[in-house]
Design a protein around this ligand. Structure first.
Ligand code: ANZ
Ligand code: ZN
Length: 876
C-alpha cells in the first residue's frame, strides 16, 4: 500500500489543482478581516536565486498560516522589470531589452510556480507593462502640478559603466549600487522630486513605525533624513564686498572660530580670488577635488586638503580678521556649503589647522582644568564651560548654544536653522529601458506636460537594439520630434526615463487593482487592502526603496488618491543566504573561485568544511570566508538544482529550518538533504499508520480519562499545536516550530496500538489526531506533500481551506502531580511538579520551597530520599 515519495508528481499535481481551484485568488470580502502579505518583487534578471527563495518562502508561510486562521489574505507577486541590466544584457546577447525581460519573467514565473507559492497570479504587475507605466506617467504629471517636481541643473554622480546618473543613495562607499567603481561627476539637467518637503513628516512617522519595524531600519531612515538643529551666521567679508553664511551646530564655539572653509563647489570659491595671484592654485584645487568622491571626501580617514583664497572674513563676535580657505571635507550639499572652523573643538578643523599652521583658541573648558591651545593633541569635543567668549564666559556650553543664537539673532546676523541631510530625489536617467518622462520642451512655451489624453508616452520597442552606448531614444527623431501640445510648433520630447525606484515606490498599491484603467488606483480597492500588514525583504533596501515608498504614499495621500499615511505597517528584513567560498591561487595574486558543486568537502561534526579537493583531479582547494552567495565568488547554489534534486517542499523546508529569518543562513548541502529525509519520514509515517487510522473518527475525547500512554501522545499533539501556533502568530519562529513537529513525529513513530477492544479504539482515535496534526502543522512549510497526505488521510477539501487547527489547552499542559515533602520524616509541605519531573527537579523544588527552607533553619541536608511520583524526605 505504501507508495514512494515522488515529489515531482505530487508537486505538479497540487500546483495544477490549486490553479484550477483558484485557491489563492482573493477579492474584497466583508465577512473576513483583510490581511496584506507582501514580499519585495524581484528584478527579472534571468532566474531566481536563493535570496528570492528565502524571501518568498518566509512570506508564503505567513500567508498560508493567516489564510488558515481565517483572514482574507492578499498575497501578490510581480516584476520590477525596467532597469539597466536589461540593456547591458541586451548588448551582450544581442537581444532586445524588452524581449530579454519578458523571457526572464516567463522563466522566473515558472520557477516561482514550481516552488508552490500561494500567489494570486491574477494580480501580477510588471512595471514595464504599458498600463502600469501609463499610470505612473499620470502620477508624474499630478506630482508636477502639485509643485513637487522640478528640473534643475545639478552636479550628478555618474557611473561610466551604467552610463547613467545615480542618486546619492545609489552610491555606497566608492561603488555604485550595482557594484561598479567607475563613478565620477557630471553636470546635467535633472528632474527632482521634492522629498525634502516631507522630511519632517518622514522623520516624525518613524516613531509610529516603532512597533512594526526593526529598530535598525528606523535608525538608518532617521540618519538618512539627518535632521540637525543649528544656527546660521553671517560672517562679513573683510573687504566689505558681502557676507558669507555658515551653518553650525555649535554656535557656543563662535568665539573660537579662527578661520573659515568653503566647499570647492561654493560659488564664492572661484569669485573671491578671481584675478588675484591665488586664482591658479585655487582653480587647480577645485578641479582636483571635483573629481573626488563625496563619500571619500568626508571620510574621517581621508587626508584633509585645502588652499587659501587670499581673502579674509570678520568673526562677528571677536571682530578679528580670519582667513578664508577652501577644503575637500566641506560639501556644497550640506548646510550652506561654508563653515566656521573651530580647531580647538572640532577634530577635522583641528587636523586641518595643524596641517596648515592656522591659529587655535580654546573657548570651552572642562571644569577645574585649563586647556592650552599650544599643548592640545586633539580637539576637546566634550561639554564644559565657556572661556575667551566675552559676556558668555562661565556659561555651560549647552546653555551657550541658545544664548549665542539669541545674541546673533538680535544683532540681525544669524538665526536658528534646521538642516537635513536628505536631498531632493533626482529621478532622471539617461537610459532607454525605463518609463519615459512625459514632458515636452518647446522653444516658445517652455516645459509643457504631455496632455493626459496622450498618455502613455509609449516606449518604442520595435527597433534594432544595437550596442551603441547611451540612450537610443536620443537617436530616434520619430520618438523625440513632437508638436508642442500648446502651440503646435515643432518641439522636443524628453528622452530621459525615470529612475526605477519610482516604479517600485507604488507597485504594492497597484496590486490591489492591477487592471484598473480609470486612474492609477481604484480608491475602493486600495483603501480596502492597504496598508501592507507584513512586508518582507532584504536589508539592502532599508533606506532607498522604503524611504521613497513612504514618500510616495504621503504624496499620493496629499493628491487625494489614498487615505493612509504609511505603506508598510510591519517589516521583516530577512538575513542573507551565505555559503563558504573555495578557491585556488593563480599566478599574479589572482584567485580562481570554485563552485561547491565541483569539489568534495570534508566537514567536522558541526558541518563546517575542514578540507576540500577538486572532484575532477583530487587537488586541494583553499577554503575561503563564508560570504553572501554571489556570482563573483562563485559560491552560489542554484535553487533549481535543489528543486530538481529534492523538490520544492524540501528546499523550502531547509531554508525555513536552517536559521531564524532575520539571521544569515549558512548554506549546507548535508542539511538540505536532512530536510528531504524529514519530509520522506513524514510521508512514510502517514502510510504506515494508515491501516490503523483510516476511516477512524477522532470525535470528542475525554483527555483525563485516557490510559496513560495514549494520554501522553495526546498531550504531545496538543502541546505541539500550541507551540507551532504561538511560534507563527505574530512571530517568525519557523525553525523552532518545525523542530516541535519533528519531535511529534518521533513520538508518533513509537506508538504501537493495543491488539483490540475499546483501548484500541481510543488509541486509534488519538493516533489519528496526532498524525493529522503533524500534517496540518507542516502544511504552511511544505504545502504540496501535506496536501497530498491530507488527501491520503481521507479528506476531500484542500487543507488550506481548513480552519487552523485548535488545541485543547488542558491537554497541552504538562501533567502535574502532588509530592509530599517531609523533613526528618514529618510532612512539612506539598509540592506540585510535572508528572515527568526528574529526581533532580523534585529535589530542587523541595529544597527551595519556602516552608521547607524555614524548617531547615539554614542547615545543609545530610540525606535526601526521593520516592518518584510520591514523596521526598529530607534528613537534617
Ligand atoms: C562649527 C563647529 C564647531 C562645528 C565645533 C562642529 C563642532 P551635523 O551635526 O552633521 O549637522 N558643517 C556644516 N556644514 C558643513 C558642510 N557643508 N560640509 C562639512 N561640514 C559642515 O554637523 C554640523 C557641523 O558640521 C557644523 O557645526 C559644521 O561644523 C560642520 F566644535 O561648526 B560645526
Ligand atoms: Zn509651444
Amino acid at each position: 500500500m505504501e507508495q514512494n515519495y515522488s515529489f515531482s508528481d505530487i508537486e505538479a499535481k497540487w500546483q495544477t489543482r490549486w490553479n484550477e481551484q483558484q485557491l489563492y485568488k482573493v477579492t474584497a470580502n466583508p465577512d473576513k478581516p483583510k490581511l496584506y502579505i507582501l514580499e519585495m518583487f524581484p528584478y527579472p534578471s534571468g532566474k531566481i536565486h536563493m535570496g528570492h527563495v528565502r524571501n518568498y518562502s518566509i512570506g508564503d508561510v505567513v500567508a498560508r498560516f493567516k489564510m488558515m486562521q481565517g483572514f482574507n489574505v492578499l498575497h501578490p507577486m510581480g516584476w520590477d522589470s525596467f532597469g539597466l541590466p536589461a540593456e547591458n544584457a541586451a548588448i551582450k546577447h544581442k537581444q532586445h531589452p524588452a524581449q530579454w525581460t519578458r523571457n526572464n519573467i516567463a522563466y522566473m514565473k515558472n520557477q516561482l510556480k514550481q516552488l508552490g507559492f500561494s500567489y494570486d497570479w491574477d494580480r501580477e504587475v510588471a512595471t514595464c507593462d504599458r498600463l502600469y507605466y501609463k499610470w505612473q506617467q499620470w502620477l508624474f504629471l499630478k506630482i508636477y502640478e502639485k509643485g513637487l517636481l522640478y528640473k534643475k541643473k545639478s552636479i550628478v554622480n555618474w557611473c561610466d559603466e551604467c552610463n547613467t546618473s545615480l542618486a546619492n543613495e545609489q552610491i555606497e562607499g566608492d561603488k555604485c549600487w550595482r557594484g561598479h567603481t567607475s563613478i565620477g561627476q557630471r553636470e546635467l539637467e535633472q528632474w527632482h522630486m521634492r522629498v525634502t518637503d516631507y522630511a519632517d513628516e518622514l522623520l516624525a512617522c518613524c516613531d509610529s513605525l516603532e512597533k512594526g519595524w526593526p529598530e535598525r531600519v528606523l535608525t538608518m531612515q532617521r540618519n538618512w533624513i539627518g535632521k540637525s538643529y543649528g544656527t546660521s551666521v553671517l560672517f562679513p567679508l573683510a573687504d566689505g564686498s558681502g557676507d558669507l553664511e555658515i551653518f553650525t551646530t555649535r554656535p557656543d564655539t563662535l568665539f573660537g572660530a579662527t578661520f573659515m572653509v568653503l566647499a570647492p563647489e561654493h560659488p564664492m570659491a572661484r569669485s573671491l580670488c578671481a584675478g588675484t595671484p591665488h586664482e591658479p592654485a585655487v582653480l587647480e584645487f577645485v578641479n582636483k577635488v571635483g573629481l573626488q568622491e563625496k563619500a571619500v571626501r568626508t571620510d574621517d580617514a581621508t587626508e584633509k586638503e585645502g588652499v587659501f583664497t587670499g581673502k579674509y572674513a570678520i568673526n562677528p563676535l571677536t571682530n578679528e580678521q580670519i582667513p578664508i580657505w577652501i577644503a575637500n571635507f566641506v560639501l556644497m550639499e550640506y548646510g550652506t556649503g561654508a563653515i566656521m572652523s573651530v580647531p580647538t573643538h572640532d577634530q577635522r578643523d583641528f587636523d586641518f589647522a595643524k596641517k596648515y599652521g592656522l591659529p587655535l583658541r580654546v573657548v570651552i573648558q572642562p571644569q577645574g582644568e585649563t586647556l592650552s591651545a599650544e599643548e592640545m593633541t586633539a580637539a576637546f569635543v566634550e561639554d564644559g564651560f565657556l572661556v575667551n567668549s566675552g559676556e558668555f564666559n562661565g556659561l555651560p556650553n549647552r546653555d551657550a548654544i541658545q544664548k549665542i543664537t539669541e545674541h546673533v539673532a538680535q544683532k540681525g546676523i544669524g538665526k536658528a536653522t534646521v538642516n537635513y541631510r536628505l536631498r531632493d530625489w533626482g529621478i532622471s536617467r539617461q537610459r532607454y529601458w525605463g518609463n519615459p518622462i512625459p514632458m515636452i520642451y518647446c522653444d516658445d512655451c517652455g516645459t509643457v506636460p504631455v496632455p493626459e489624453k496622450d498618455l502613455p508616452v509609449i516606449l518604442p520597442e520595435d527597433f534594432e537594439f544595437s550596442s551603441h552606448a547611451g540612450n537610443p531614444l536620443t537617436k530616434m527623431p520619430e520618438f523625440f520630434n513632437v508638436p508642442c501640445p500648446k502651440c503646435g510648433k515643432p518641439a522636443r520630447r524628453e528622452t530621459d526615463t525615470m529612475d526605477t525606484f519610482v516604479d517600485s515606490s507604488w507597485y504594492y498599491m497597484r496590486y490591489t487593482c492591477p487592471d484598473y484603467d480609470k486612474g492609477p488606483l481604484d480608491p475602493e480597492s486600495v483603501n480596502y487592502w492597504m496598508t501592507v500588514d507584513q512586508y518582507i525583504g532584504g536589508i539592502e533596501h532599508a533606506i532607498l526603496h522604503l524611504l521613497y515608498s513612504r514618500f510616495f504614499t504621503k504624496v499620493l495621500r496629499d493628491l487625494g488618491l489614498v487615505k493612509f499615511d504609511e505603506p508598510f505597517s510591519n517589516l521583516l528584513t530577512q538575513g542573507m543566504v551565505v555559503a563558504p567560498t573555495f578557491y585556488r591561487d593563480l599566478p599574479g595574486d589572482k584567485k580562481e573561485w570554485i563552485n561547491q558543486g565541483d569539489i568534495d568537502i570534508a566537514t567536522d561534526e558541526r558541518g563546517v568544511p575542514v578540507s576540500a579537493t577538486l572532484k575532477a583531479d583530487g587537488l586541494p582547494v583553499i577554503i575561503g570566508a563564508t560570504e553572501k552567495m554571489s556570482k563573483s565568488k562563485n559560491n552560489g547554489v542554484d535553487p533549481q538544482s535543489q528543486i530538481d534534486k529534492f523538490g520544492a517542499d524540501a528546499t523550502r523546508l531547509f531554508i525555513l529550518f536552517a536559521a531564524p529569518p532575520e539571521k544569515d543562513l549558512n548554506w549546507n548541502d548535508q542539511a538540505a538533504e536532512g530536510s528531504f529525509r524529514f519530509v520522506t519520514r513524514m510521508w512514510r509515517l502517514v502510510y504506515t499508520t494508515l491501516p490503523d487510522i483510516q476511516g477512524v473518527q477522532v470525535g470528542e475525547i475525554d483527555h483525563a480519562a485516557l490510559p496513560k500512554a495514549v494520554r501522553d501522545l495526546r498531550r504531545k499533539t496538543h502541546s505541539t499545536i500550541k507551540k507551532v501556533t504561538e511560534d507563527l502568530d505574530g512571530r517568525f519562529h519557523f525553525n523552532t516550530a518545525i523542530s516541535a513537529v519533528m519531535e511529534l513525529l518521533n513520538e508518533i513513530n513509537g506508538v504501537v496500538l493495543p491488539e483490540s477492544g475499546a483501548d484500541r479504539d481510543i488509541a486509534a482515535r488519538v493516533l489519528r489526531e496526532a498524525v493529522e496534526a503533524m500534517v496540518f502543522l507542516m502544511s504552511p512549510f511544505t504545502p504540496h506533500v501535506c496536501e497530498e497526505l491530507w488527501e491520503v488521510l481521507g479528506h476531500t477539501k484542500s487543507i488550506f481551506t481548513e480552519k487552523w487547527i485548535a488545541f485543547d489547552a488542558e491537554a497541552a499542559k504538562a501533567e502535574e502531580i502532588l509530592i509530599v515533602v517531609q523533613v526528618n520524616g514529618k510532612v512539612r509541605s506539598k509540592l506540585t511538579v510535572a508528572a515527568d519531573a526528574s529526581e533532580d527537579e523534585i529535589r530542587q523544588g523541595a529544597l527551595t520551597d519556602e516552608r521547607v527552607v524555614a524548617f531547615m533553619e539554614g542547615k545543609t541536608p545530610k540525606k535526601v530520599i526521593v520516592v518518584p511520583g510520591k514523596l521526598i524526605n529530607i534528613v537534617i
